[in-house]
Design a protein around this ligand. Structure first.
Ligand SMILES: [Zn+2]
Ligand SMILES: [Zn+2]
Length: 143
């Protein structure tokens, strides 16, 4: 992974496309119940792109305010989970890793909100697990 790499992705139908000219600064796998509901998946992985390097290429995601602290972005045509915005993290756009064209190009740093983890679901890695939000980036999105 180099700083010259371009990161692109979008929703399932292609109405929403984005590009970042900077590498993500952080990656998390979230086990919280709100991410689960929003994605329909057991977990939701996000990478954080610096907002100054990030551009929506055509349509932007619709936003749903899921809590006092966060809005979640999705495609109103195909329903794909695309993004999240947090009041306390205004310098970045959080992008759902599944929407990246090349998810192998990013890394995950840790797991958050494991106290909500589905008992039959786990990931076989050695990354740090936080019962709630990470101490590195204390997110309020799931409150
Ligand atoms: Zn779409
Ligand atoms: Zn979450």
């Amino acid at each position: 992974m180099t700083d010259k790499q371009i990161y692109e992705g979008g929703c399932l139908c292609g109405a929403i496309r984005y590009r970042s000219s900077a590498a993500p600064t952080r990656g998390v796998i979230c086990h919280c119940s709100m991410c689960r509901k929003h994605s329909g998946a057991p977990i939701l992985a996000f990478v954080h792109f610096p907002i100054v390097s990030f551009h929506w290429l055509n349509a932007e995601p619709h936003r749903y305010r899921s809590s006092r602290f966060a809005e979640r972005g999705f495609c109103s045509s195909c329903g794909s989970t695309v993004s999240m915005y947090e009041e306390v993290l205004r310098d970045r756009v959080q992008i759902a890793v599944g929407s990246l064209d090349d998810p192998d190009s990013v890394r995950i740093d840790d797991h958050v909100w494991t106290e909500d983890r589905i008992s039959w679901f786990d990931v076989n890695d050695r990354l740090h697990r936080y019962r709630q939000s990470s101490v590195v980036v204390p997110s309020k999105a799931d409150q």
